[in-house]
Design a protein. Structure first.
Length: 109
């Protein structure tokens, strides 16, 4: 019986044996994007706009807030500290996220 040389496989090569194989690259991402349900942007009634305006004027930089806003075909809630309120550019910034005033649906301070 022939004796095999005693070669050890490097750890990095051994780990590759057990890595998952994706036959169709990008498929999981494509499926996740397809599952996302896009919604139309809600048009605020005058009463809703007035209430939102009242809440907006109550915000101050450094205050914690949760903002429900329209982004890429869906409504999301961004929570954190108000970093900046730019009335000229009509931008509200929560930490590093910039939100246009026109995209805001609700504010929870």
């Amino acid at each position: 019986m022939a004796k095999r040389p005693d070669h050890k496989m490097p750890i990095a090569d051994r780990a590759k044996q057990f890595m998952p194989f994706a036959a169709l690259k990008g498929l999981p991402e494509a499926l996740a994007a397809k599952e996302k349900i896009t919604v139309p942007k809600i048009e605020l009634s005058p009463e809703m706009a007035e209430e939102l305006n009242r809440k907006m004027y109550g915000l101050r930089p450094g205050q914690m807030a949760a903002i429900v806003h329209f982004s890429n075909g869906e409504y999301i809630k961004t929570s954190g500290m108000v970093s900046r309120i730019d009335k000229t550019s009509r931008i509200l910034q929560i930490v590093n996220t910039k939100i246009a005033f026109d995209d805001i649906l609700d504010i929870e301070a």
